[in-house]
Design a binder for this molecule. Structure first.
Ligand code: FES
Length: 174
């Protein structure tokens, strides 16, 4: 008959093992705290410029800059004509009008009343929203008739090497 041995073998070894383990844990905790403090410091420093930028953004003081995007080549738009495009996102519909040989204006064309698309009305020389007969000044984007009270957001354009590019969106005070 075999006798059951319930004794823990190598008790000392077991004891030592526990000490090591708890020390390891302590070291781990300390190491973790150090890492945490370090990470918090890095975050605080690295977030400073972002915080300033976010504040500027929230207060509407900054102009929105985006990677420039080609709207059209110069020879594809006659004076007095308009082109529709999207900027800055693919769902942000916009319109550019060529007012003269060298003058281009562009706006996001969701009406500032209830977001119907605004069209270039060449005959009347203004931007027209057909939903409630809203009108906007083509030179400035300011509302001139109907329910809209806010201007159309202007898109900055730049002519470069035979093409017109969108470069940013003008911010308006709320
Ligand atoms: S949505 Fe443009 S005038 Fe109402």
């Amino acid at each position: 008959m075999t006798e059951k041995n319930n004794k823990i073998p190598f008790e000392e070894d077991n004891y030592t093992h526990n000490i090591n383990r708890s020390n390891e844990r302590k070291l781990d905790r300390r190491g973790f705290m150090k890492t945490l403090v370090g990470a918090a410091g890095v975050f605080a420093v690295s977030s400073l410029p972002w915080g300033a930028m976010a504040a500027k953004e929230l207060m509407g003081l900054g102009e929105k800059e985006y990677p420039r995007k080609k709207i059209a080549s110069l020879d594809s738009v006659a004076v007095g004509d308009a082109v529709e495009f999207a900027f800055p996102g693919e769902h942000d519909s916009a319109i550019m009008i060529r007012l003269s040989e060298k003058k281009f204006v562009a706006y996001q064309n969701a009406c500032t009343h209830l977001r119907c698309p605004v069209f270039w009305n060449k005959e009347e020389n203004d931007l027209l929203c057909p939903c409630h007969h809203g009108k906007f000044d083509v030179e400035t984007g300011a509302p001139t008739a109907g329910p809209p009270r806010r201007p159309l957001p202007e898109i900055f354009v730049k002519v470069d090497k035979g093409a017109v590019y969108a470069t940013g969106v003008k911010r308006y005070e709320a």
